[in-house]
Design a protein around this ligand. Sequence first.
Ligand SMILES: [Zn+2]
Length: 237
Amino acid sequence: MPPGNPAHVFGATAGRAATADIDANLLRIEDEYRVHEYAQRSANPDEILIAQPTRTARITVLAQHAINHFDAYGREKLADRGTGALVELVAPRADILGIISTGRLRGPEHQRQRHSAMVARAIADGRPSIDLHGMSCDGVSAVDIGTGREPSAASRLIADAAIECGDRLGLPVTRNRRFGARGPERLTNVLLDHGVPAIQAELCSCLRQPHSGPAETALVVAWFDSLTSTISRALAG
Ligand SMILES: [Zn+2]
């Protein structure tokens, strides 16, 4: 992070679970995106990578901006770096079904088809879903949760869990502070419209490559771990 820009400094809690092997694993996956300049993952990627949990999935996490993409005006946008690799990393660890956009996008229409296919998979699966994005750091929110236009009772529980798990780990998680996911085309709203409890989560650049290190990786992995368990418990009760 260049000096003068905001950056989060996480407390000792972050370092507690830090292990070099988790971070090395993340960097190995991240390299698959990095060496292809985030235009695609690996040399011959599938359009969509399904990252499988070891056991039955408890939640679904989507990463539609893991690669370079297009904004609402059809302009090219750079990938939300690190989001694809993070989902790949946490899926087997935390029993998450990961749905990641990994094949090169030819244009806005191709992107619409891709996103529809990702949403269709999440709807078919029907599990509580998180639409993962990346945001720049403003020194306040490490994660900003967007609850969408019409949150459901179940999706409110997911947002509450995200904040509560952040509090336990010393990770500042806010709600609708910077990105409320209000646009009708946001995946969160499409999922909510189909009865799937969903939130959007914007991860600060401090928690993603190239600004993160082993402590930050451990922190975000711990947050997903704790979130998955808390959501399962909350929705079961
Ligand atoms: Zn930050």
